[in-house]
Each structure stands twice: as structure tokens, then as C-alpha cells.
Design a binder for this molecule. Structure first.
Ligand code: PHE
Length: 365
């Protein structure tokens, strides 16, 4: 155990550096599971290695080498003391190994964006190219932004605790101030329009929460990308053209889109957008339930009631009303990121995204 102190023939800088580096490495690799043994070994008054070093190197050193020697000696001593103070001694690595720089290093795979993030960024990028900017909002939202301003009537089923995860102990608050986990990214439409007047062109990527049981296509936490475009003379044709372009950008220029009448309280008219099945090209297969079409997102023209709620709020905050439905129109859309990523990659179980299984994730590297 007590190896001899290496001889120091030269007191020039490189020799000192090398000699102390050897000792520093010895300390670093030493077994400190028995701190007392470690202390004796290094700091023992008679036979401690530091004492031996001092005798072998310091005593016979030429005057001009004393200072650099002393500095290094003190550094080594501090290192030993630090090792003694370190919590819970290191695991026993008794055998001191020199560093062989010719050995391959520990391989660390470079990180990649999670497939969901990648798809989310792809969607956002499509709209950035159209001149949209990005807005974000809180995941803990108030009833006002998540429902009331979006024209959800007081007893709309989506407000049921069935779908909405509410924050506890809010009953004493006025209902519009009660907090909940946002069930969609649409409240950020309201936040944006209260903040800024038209023209508005924004995309809103983010997490949303619903009290849904997890199965192959549902997860209580998932992601959406919302879009909002408000200006003078925005028409349903603009909505159709924009989303048709976005779907082609995401799924390839061959896909067709079609718009089906639908309902959302905050858009009128509302539509569901379907794309021609990317698996069978529209012929009909198991993935599209033999219809040739896949339903992908919800959209519509901003309901005047939403503009009214926004302007009411702007006035309450001392801002000019800016969303008169006579002058201003707009469209909005919202899509599920998981669903789009599943279709892009042919993934059949949403759970894969959250499993952290490297065999799944590595396929997107
Ligand atoms: N927020 C709606 C949902 O989560 C989607 C949507 C957004 C519909 C914008 C129309 C306009 O289902």
C-alpha cells in the first residue's frame, strides 16, 4: 500500500507538474470508505505520504524551487482534506489506474428532440413561414379564459368535471376566477387579443389536460397547436387555403383536404378538417376505417361573441376596444400533436411517446 515516493530529480516546472499530478491522481482514486485509514495513509505525522513527500522533495529543494513546490504541496494537502470531508466515502476503487488516453472514451449519444416536440416544431415552422408568430399561455388557467370568454354556456358538458381537471378548493371564488388545468390551447386566443389589437397571426403550441382515461389513442395530458388569424377581410376561403397548405406541408403535396361541418362554441361556422388517408391514398384501409379520410383538426371563423368578450375585457383594462365584428373577422384552428405524430410515423399506441423507452425514441434520431 505504501508505495515509495517517486524521486524528483528535476525541479523545473514540467517535472513538478508531473510529480504532483501523479500524487493528485492517487488521491483522487483512493478508497475513502475508511476515512481514518485514508487520513493516516496521507496525513499521518510520521509515515503519512505527505510527510514523506515533504522529506523527499521539499528538504533538498533548491531555494528557487521552494515556492512552486510549496504551492503545489498545499494544493495536494487541500485535495486530501477535501476528500476526507466529502460525504459518504467513494466506492472502493483501490486499484489505482493511470489514465490511458489511447482508450476510447465513454460514448455519449447526442440528444435529439423528442418525436412529439419535433412534430410540434414542424407544425409551428409551417406557420412561421406564413408570417405567424408564437404565443404561449399558462397550463393552470381560469374558467374565464378556458371557457367563459370562449362562449361556452354555463352548463356546457365540456365544463363537467368529467373532462376538466379542476384545482382544489376554488368553490369560494367567483366561477370565472376558478382555476383549472386548461383543456385546450384556445384560452391563449383570448389572452392574445386582450393584449394586442388586430392584425393577429399567432400559433400556440402547448400542453393541455383532460380527465380522460389513458388508452391507445388518449392521454390525460397531451399537446395541441392552436392558430389564430384576425384582420380585416379574413374569410372562410383564407381558412381553407391556409389549412390546405399546412396539411400538404406536413403530409406531402399529394394529400387532399375536406371540411366537414362541426361545432365549437367559439367558432361559427365550425368545421372538422379531414385529409385523404396517407396510408392508402384514399382507397380505404384499416387505418382510415375504410373511409379514405382521416380526421385531423377542428377550426372555424371566430365567433362574434368571442370578439365581444375580448373587447369587454379590453375596456375593463382601460384599453381601446379593437375587435368590432363589423370590421374585423378571423379564423382559428386547433390540432392534436400526438395524433399528427402518430399518423406521420405510423405509431399505433400513444403511450409510446411517454414511456421513455429508448428502443422507441432512438428510431427518431
Ligand atoms: N379547442 C378545440 C379543441 O380542443 C379545437 C379548436 C381550436 C377548434 C380552434 C376550433 C378552433 O377541441
Amino acid at each position: 500500500m505504501n508505495e515509495a515516493i517517486p524521486q524528483l530529480v528535476n525541479y523545473d516546472e514540467p517535472s513538478l507538474e508531473a510529480a504532483f499530478a501523479t500524487l493528485a491522481e492517487e488521491v483522487r482514486a483512493a478508497d475513502t470508505t475508511d476515512p481514518e485509514a485514508f487520513r493516516l495513509h496521507w496525513l499521518g505525522r510520521k509515515q503519512g505520504r505527505l510527510k514523506l513527500v515533504s522529506e523527499a522533495w521539499l528538504k533538498s529543494a533548491p531555494a528557487e524551487a521552494r515556492k512552486p513546490l510549496g504551492i503545489r504541496f498545499n494544493q495536494l494537502k487541500q485535495q486530501i482534506e477535501a476528500a476526507l470531508e466529502a460525504p459518504a466515502a467513494k466506492p472502493a476503487v483501490a486499484a489505482v489506474q493511470g489514465i490511458d488516453i489511447s482508450l476510447p472514451g465513454t460514448f455519449r449519444a447526442p440528444g435529439i428532440p423528442h418525436p412529439l416536440l419535433k412534430t410540434m416544431q414542424e407544425i409551428v415552422a409551417v406557420f412561421h413561414h406564413l408570417g405567424y408568430s408564437t404565443n404561449l399561455g399558462p397550463q393552470v388557467e381560469s374558467d374565464f379564459y378556458n371557457f367563459e370568454a370562449l362562449n361556452f354556456p354555463p352548463n356546457h358538458p365540456a365544463r363537467d368535471t368529467q373532462d376538466t381537471l379542476v384545482i382544489a378548493n376554488q368553490q369560494t371564488r367567483p366561477s370565472r376566477d376558478r382555476l383549472l388545468m386548461r383543456t385546450h390551447t384556445s384560452p391563449v386566443q383570448i389572452r392574445t387579443m386582450i393584449e394586442q389589437g388586430p392584425p393577429v397571426r399567432i400559433v400556440i403550441p402547448g400542453k393541455v389536460h383532460r380527465n380522460d382515461a389513458a388508452d391507445a389513442t388518449h392521454s390525460p395530458i397531451f399537446h395541441q397547436v392552436e392558430g389564430l388569424c384576425v384582420d380585416t377581410n379574413i374569410t372562410f376561403s383564407d381558412l381553407k387555403g391556409t389549412l390546405d397548405h399546412a396539411m400538404k406541408a406536413l403530409f406531402g403535396s399529394d394529400v387532399k383536404t375536406r371540411f366537414f361541418p362541426s361545432f365549437f362554441p367559439f367558432t361559427e361556422p365550425s368545421a372538422d378538417v379531414q385529409i385523404s388517408c396517407i396510408f392508402c391514398g384514399g382507397k380505404g384501409c384499416r387505418k382510415c376505417k375504410h373511409s379514405g379520410w382521416i380526421e385531423l383538426l377542428g377550426c372555424g371563423m371566430v365567433d362574434p361573441a368571442v370578439f365581444a368578450a375580448v373587447d369587454e375585457q379590453r375596456i375593463a383594462q382601460g384599453k381601446e376596444p379593437a375587435y368590432s365584428p363589423e370590421k374585423i373577422t378571423g379564423f382559428a384552428f386547433g390540432m392534436g400533436v400526438e395524433r399528427i405524430a402518430m399518423i406521420q410515423h405510423g405509431i399505433s399506441d400513444i403511450g409510446h411517446f411517454y414511456s421513455g423507452d429508448m428502443r422507441f425514441l432512438e428510431q427518431f434520431a
